[in-house]
Design a protein around this ligand. Structure first.
Ligand code: COA
Length: 160
């Protein structure tokens, strides 16, 4: 298993992985997904801050992915936001989600970023447990954050 930065070669599989996930479908459809590879690149180029993704690969197969962006446009200069982390169902519970999150923490540390934040549904026990184990701390409940009426929890990890 290797974790590498997302490149053109893996975008199709990366998008398929994200689109297979109920928890991110709603968000992606609000962003206009599913998108073709070309549309995806145009979309991310139009973001007002940087966006980056890593994929976990077993051979040529993408079995996990994590996406994160800068937070400058939220007036958080030294922070970045994990917008999604997904592991294919048949590869869960083997530490892959944790390894993807740690890859982002390492990247952030190297860039001098001081805080990594993320937002998770309060119903999403696997994700809450994973982020808790890595060391993320809840700092705010966002009421009725999702269309279905669920609350979300904002979590943060301080790098310094
Ligand atoms: C959340 C997700 C990425 C976790 O990936 P994963 O590779 O299975 O996670 P890990 O194996 O690294 O698990 C780390 C810890 O999280 C907890 N955990 C993972 N799955 C769990 C589950 N189903 N129930 C309870 N705790 C769970 C465990 O404490 C685990 O530690 P352990 O292995 O020592 O028991 C994965 O479940 C997933 O893709 N879910 C769908 C997408 C999603 O909801 N993403 C998050 C919001 S963007």
């Amino acid at each position: 298993m290797e974790i590498v930065e997302l490149t053109d070669k893996d975008v199709e599989q990366y998008l398929n992985l994200l689109n297979a996930e109920d928890s991110v479908k709603d968000l992606l459809s609000r962003l206009g997904f599913p998108l073709s590879k070309q549309e995806y690149y145009e979309k991310i180029k139009s973001f007002s801050t940087w966006i980056k993704a890593y994929v976990a690969k077993q051979g040529e197969e993408v079995v996990g992915a994590i996406t994160f962006t800068g937070a400058e446009n939220l007036d958080m200069k030294d922070a970045c936001i994990i917008t999604d982390v997904s592991v294919r169902k048949d590869h869960r519970n083997r530490g892959l989600g944790t390894a993807l999150v740690r890859t982002v923490l390492d990247f952030a540390r190297n860039q001098g970023i001081r805080k990594v934040v993320t937002i998770v549904s309060e119903m999403n026990v696997p994700a809450l447990e994973m982020f808790h184990k890595v060391g993320f701390k809840p700092y705010r409940v966002l009421k009725d954050y999702y269309i279905q009426g669920e609350n979300a929890v904002a979590l943060e990890y301080e790098l310094v």
